[in-house]
Design a protein around this ligand. Sequence first.
Ligand SMILES: [Fe+2]
Length: 275
Amino acid sequence: MPLRELSPGRFTADFNRRPFAIKHDLAQHPAFALERLVELARKLPADAVEYNAGDLPLTQDPKSTPRTGLSVEETIQRITECKSWMVLKRVEVDPTYKQALDDCLDQIEPLAPGMRTRRAFIFISSPGSVTPYHIDHEYNFLLQIRGTKQMTIFDPAVLPEEAIERFYRGEHRNLVFDQSLADKAQTFDLSPGDGVHVPVNAPHYVLNGPAASVSFSITFRTPEGDRRSAVYQVNDRLRRAGLAPRPVGKTPLVDRAKYLGYALYARAQKRLGRG
Ligand SMILES: [Fe+2]
């Protein structure tokens, strides 16, 4: 039972509506020692390891993110001084990390009906590095293991529908940061043992503290969330066809009709072998 201060009342009121803090007991877990993370990174497929320079602006064009010239192993071993940012993706392929993920999400599952597609990520980053302003697809709890970071999470309402639609069309997660929205955010100071829930579509950025940082991100999806993603894709197509689609969540019946249309189309494509 690694998660603490996970109150059912708080969860029901705030899950996927606004960010909230939790606590956890994973900070001393031996699987997060740097030498273990080097071993893990060696076993992961190349596309599950993303890394680059860590001293980035809040708005980072993904096409020009600077590289470091270091190897994966060097980056982890020298994380204190190599000014880098790294994410190890889908680490649940390793049984140790799958166990840690399941131990956490088994505690959340009774509160999140239909939980599926459990995935875990490990972020390893140098002192002072920046994760640019972006959004993610999954429901996320970020658990701080080592070092400190400041996570600033915005209300999803700050994003125009078009920006969210582009993301669901498959564009990169990074967004253009608008300083005038600064008061629409909440900042969480995370030390080892702290965690925070990040709602889907809640844009966020992260500033590392003065020490190397390791964070464990536990994520999942739900049928309801996947239906909403599908409606964003439908709206993207409608908008590109010159229409002005009703925003997701405004009219549940319209959303439902769009989702049914999407599901029928997807099934037909699958039958035609294009799914
Ligand atoms: Fe994120």
